[in-house]
Design a binder for this molecule. Structure first.
Ligand code: SF4
Length: 368
């Protein structure tokens, strides 16, 4: 979550000994002002009529275990009218130290207004504005909507200005990669650097569909994924993604004493994503989903991650998400331990690597 120096080392060391919840993902709304073609949540986007109310989120906050912070998701999180009040609730009651806020950033006025208001609540928590910007205008506009690329770059430029006076804001450019991104990827990374974000991350487009019903696995990321229309990258493409991630490390982390660790992580991350997606290989350690974090959908459904079927619902089963996961998650945890659902989701791969670093590194080096 933290983009500052030493964050990776602190995170790796901390996570190796800590087995507590680190944070959770909260889908705050199904409303979105875009319909990006590759959105993993496209079929759930709507009018927000079933979204958890502020009062229901307040009940949820009563049951949250001590954790570092929240990753908002949606829909477009900043479209939610009371997102500032919800953030304040988490600061006051749960003492959150970080808010990761993905945004499509096309509505500049709203983005600036809400990010500034959240940053004004308290100077301590880090507010990470993750702006989606894909490679380059043609691809971005084709997949996300005409004219959106220009709007996002303008918003990022204004956020960078805002950051001058708001030290608790960090700006991350997040680029979702498909086959069409590959030829221009390195040029794009150099261009993105000129916008002056704090960091740039590359996510491989997520079009896996993994579901578990009644505790039985009905498929893995290949079996149910009949429409792999975006994830068509081959091994050579992943080599370019790896070079691109290493370029990001060089452009943003070169002076960092942990530069070598960042580079190692970029290598491991890309190889793992490639091996999972192309060769159905197993991760070197079990996923931490449900153990270090969990997901609350906008309708109150609780799951260990976005890919697996809900275990219960806050409205029907009480507002304690940990109880729901502990009471009903046995079969899913068993499957996770058996690597039945290993996927290529950046956040979970990173979490698994950081929690199992020495063992995962040893396996990575010996299997290379
Ligand atoms: S590997 Fe983790 S994130 Fe991926 S589907 Fe399995 S539990 Fe979910």
């Amino acid at each position: 979550m933290n983009l500052s120096n030493l964050a990776v080392l602190k995170s790796v060391l901390g996570n190796m000994i800590k087995r507590d919840y680190l944070g959770f993902t909260l889908f705050v709304t199904t409303i979105c002002n875009l319909r990006c073609q590759y959105c993993f949540n496209l079929e759930n986007l709507g009018k927000g009529t079933d979204d958890l109310t502020f009062e229901e989120i307040e009940k949820l906050s009563n049951y949250l275990p001590p954790m570092n912070g929240v990753l908002y998701s949606g829909g477009e999180p900043l479209i939610r009218q009371d997102i500032v009040e919800i953030s304040n609730l988490f600061i006051q009651k749960n003492h959150f130290k970080g808010f990761i806020i993905p945004t499509n950033a096309v509505d500049m006025e709203n983005t600036l207004l809400k990010i500034e208001a959240i940053s004004n609540l308290n100077p301590t928590p880090e507010i990470v504005a993750c702006c989606g910007l894909d490679v380059f205008e043609d691809t971005h506009d084709r997949l996300r909507g005409k004219g959106t690329y220009k709007k996002v770059t303008e918003t990022i430029q204004e956020l960078v200005k805002l950051k001058q006076s708001k030290k608790n804001i960090s700006i991350l450019i997040n680029s979702v990669l498909g086959k069409s991104s590959i030829p221009q990827l390195n040029d794009f990374i150099r261009f993105a650097r000129t916008l002056n974000p704090d960091l740039h991350s590359l996510e491989v487009v997520r079009d896996e569909k993994i579901q578990i019903y009644d505790g039985i696995f009905h498929g893995n990321n290949k079996a149910l994924n009949t429409e792999t229309i975006f994830q068509t990258m081959n091994s050579d493409d992943f080599d370019i993604v790896k070079q691109a991630r290493l370029l990001i490390d060089e452009l943003y982390r070169k002076e960092d004493i942990l530069y070598g660790l960042y580079k190692l992580r970029s290598n491991m991350m890309t190889d793992l994503q490639r091996d999972t997606l192309l060769y159905n290989k197993k991760w070197p350690a079990a996923c931490m989903a449900g153990r270090t974090g969990f997901v609350v959908q906008s309708n109150g459904d609780i799951s260990v991650c976005e890919n697996l079927s809900p275990l219960g619902n806050l409205r029907k089963d009480g507002f304690d998400p940990i109880k729901i996961i502990k009471d009903r998650g046995g079969a899913q945890f068993q499957g996770i331990q058996n690597h039945a659902c290993d996927c290529a989701h950046y956040v979970y791969v990173k979490d698994m690597l950081e929690h199992n670093f020495p063992g995962a590194l040893a396996k990575y080096l010996t299997q290379k």
